[in-house]
Ligand binder design. Structure first.
Ligand code: NDP
Length: 471
């Protein structure tokens, strides 16, 4: 007879924690889960889901403008931020309730409150101590804010979804996922957007061509991108606006109505009591785990953003499933995190899977790079000057496709399919033998024939591209 109140106690009701709890319960374990705010976590409440709804909303601006080229006369349109936020809130409430219902339906005990780990087999919540065979830390992350004077005037992705009004002038600080996504959203909805990034090109870590292409498209749309620049201070002015002082432009300042910081996220470990009981934390603040999600204490585990590895919902879900099966299934399962696709819902969006050109060159002695830049058929009539970029990275020796990258409409939808092929080890010949689906942008991925071969020592800057119009 198991001596504990529960076999698994999960702290954090986000994607990873909820999935682990449900799978563990389905495998026969007695499971409880604690959430301090709302079930659904970052992804559902203030991340992927509301963000994607806002991306859809923002895209209508271009759809209305493009319609004219297709014979439509669009009357003057108006946008209501409060109406969008109310609709978004309703959907988020529906989804959050569904998460909780699914837990209850899976026989998981759901608790509200801030839980703390007392020892290897005890948690405390709302003043009550509960014993458990295993503890899962799935508390996610929280926005990181650099400490500069006036930072209290900035908002983060936590607050931006609930602003009472759309700010007219916005400064976005950072050049990562959230920064470029919100630059597109707020610009599309009508704000004047300036993005300030400390590096030379947004989306560090992505393929260099993807970075350059997206940045150029963002600028074409009217987003101001300040590079090699950082904010030194923020000051609230009497009229309620904000004055932004920059680190390297003397006395010049920028007046805006809101400053959105998107400067990364840090693991949510504060107040959990992990230090007190000796759970190892890595240098970036993430809970240190092995391939099975176990910390240095045998009964304590962690999944998702709190481990500060790949902060993506599907990864947290995978880790949650693997952990539950490891603890309560027949055999331990390590999460396979090779070829994790990801998307940036910028405008235009980015989709990517596998190695970038730079990564491939560091791993292979020679690679073949196939690149295509073209105008989508839609823009032959819309008149919009927007280009799509597609890129395949192939190992010259094995002909295996190592990476696929795209900036352009539907990139996330297209890359998900390619991720299957790349995960299965498809070769360039497999791509070539696949019949094209015409007319589509996606067909370009199976019709790219012009390659540039590069040896490891090659100068990346000598790279040239094929350019064409897809009309
Ligand atoms: P990212 O790590 O993607 O980007 C952080 C950005 O902030 C980088 O450009 C970084 O610059 C910059 N930065 C960091 N510290 C400072 C500082 N002190 N001063 C100025 N700039 C700074 O973080 P995000 O906040 O955008 O997103 C967090 C994570 O959430 C992502 O990494 C991703 O895993 C996940 N996410 C995924 C999404 C998706 O799948 N579509 C959407 C949104 C988030 P530098 O490049 O120089 O380090």
């Amino acid at each position: 007879m198991n001596p504990y109140d529960y076999q698994l106690f999960v702290i954090g009701g986000g994607s990873g924690g909820v999935r682990a709890a449900r799978i563990a319960s389905s495998l026969g374990a007695r499971v409880a889960i604690a959430e301090s705010y709302r079930y659904g976590g970052t992804c559902v409440i203030r991340g992927c889901v509301p963000k994607k709804l806002l991306v859809y909303a923002a895209h209508f601006a271009e759809d209305f403008a493009d319609a004219n080229g297709f014979g439509w006369s669009v009357p003057p349109v108006e946008f209501s931020w409060p109406r969008l936020i109310a609709a978004k809130d309703k959907e988020i409430s529906r989804l959050s309730a569904r998460y909780e219902d699914n837990l209850v339906g899976s026989n998981v005990i759901t608790l509200y409150g801030t839980a703390r780990v007392v020892d290897a087999h005890t948690v405390e919540i709302n003043g009550q101590r509960i014993t458990t065979e295993h503890i899962l830390i799935a508390t996610g992350g929280t926005p990181f804010l650099p400490q500069i004077p006036g930072i209290e005037h900035a908002i983060t992705s936590n607050e931006v979804f609930d602003l009472p009004d759309l700010p007219s002038r916005v400064l976005i600080v950072g050049g990562g996922y959230i920064a470029v996504e919100f630059a597109g959203i707020l610009h599309g909805l009508g704000a004047q957007v300036t993005l300030c990034y400390r590096g030379d090109q947004v989306l560090r870590g992505f393929d260099e061509d993807i970075r350059a292409h997206l940045q150029a498209e963002m600028v074409k749309k009217g987003i101001t991108v300040l590079l090699h620049q950082d904010v030194a201070q923020l000051e609230r002015l009497p009229d309620g606006s904000l004055s932004v002082g920059f680190a390297s432009s003397g006395d010049s300042s920028l007046a805006v109505d809101a400053v959105l910081y998107a400067t990364g996220r840090i693991p949510n470990t504060q107040g959990l009591g992990l230090d007190d009981i000796g759970v190892a934390i890595d240098r970036s603040g993430g809970v240190k785990v092995d391939a099975y999600g176990k910390t240095n204490i045998d009964s304590i585990h962690a999944v998702g953003d709190v481990t500060h590895r790949i902060a993506l919902t599907p990864v947290a879900i995978r880790e949650g499933v693997a952990l539950a099966k490891t603890l309560f299934g027949p055999t331990p399962i390590a999460t396979d995190l090779t070829t994790v696709p990801s998307a940036v819902f910028s405008q235009p969006p980015v989709g990517t899977v596998g190695l970038t050109e730079e990564q491939a060159l560091s791993q292979c002695s020679e690679i073949d790079v196939y690149t295509s830049i073209f105008k989508n058929m839609r823009h032959s009539l819309s008149g919009r000057d927007e280009r799509t970029l597609m890129k395949l990275i192939v190992d010259s020796a094995s002909q295996r496709v190592l990476g696929a990258h795209m900036v352009g409409s539907d990139a996330p939808e297209i890359i998900q399919g390619l991720a299957i092929a790349i995960h299965m080890g498809a070769t360039k010949a497999d791509f070539d033998e696949t019949v094209a689906l015409h007319p589509s942008a996606a067909e370009e991925f199976v019709t790219m024939r012009d390659k540039i071969s590069k040896k490891r020592s090659n100068d990346l800057s000598s790279f040239s591209r094929k350019s064409s119009d897809k009309t």
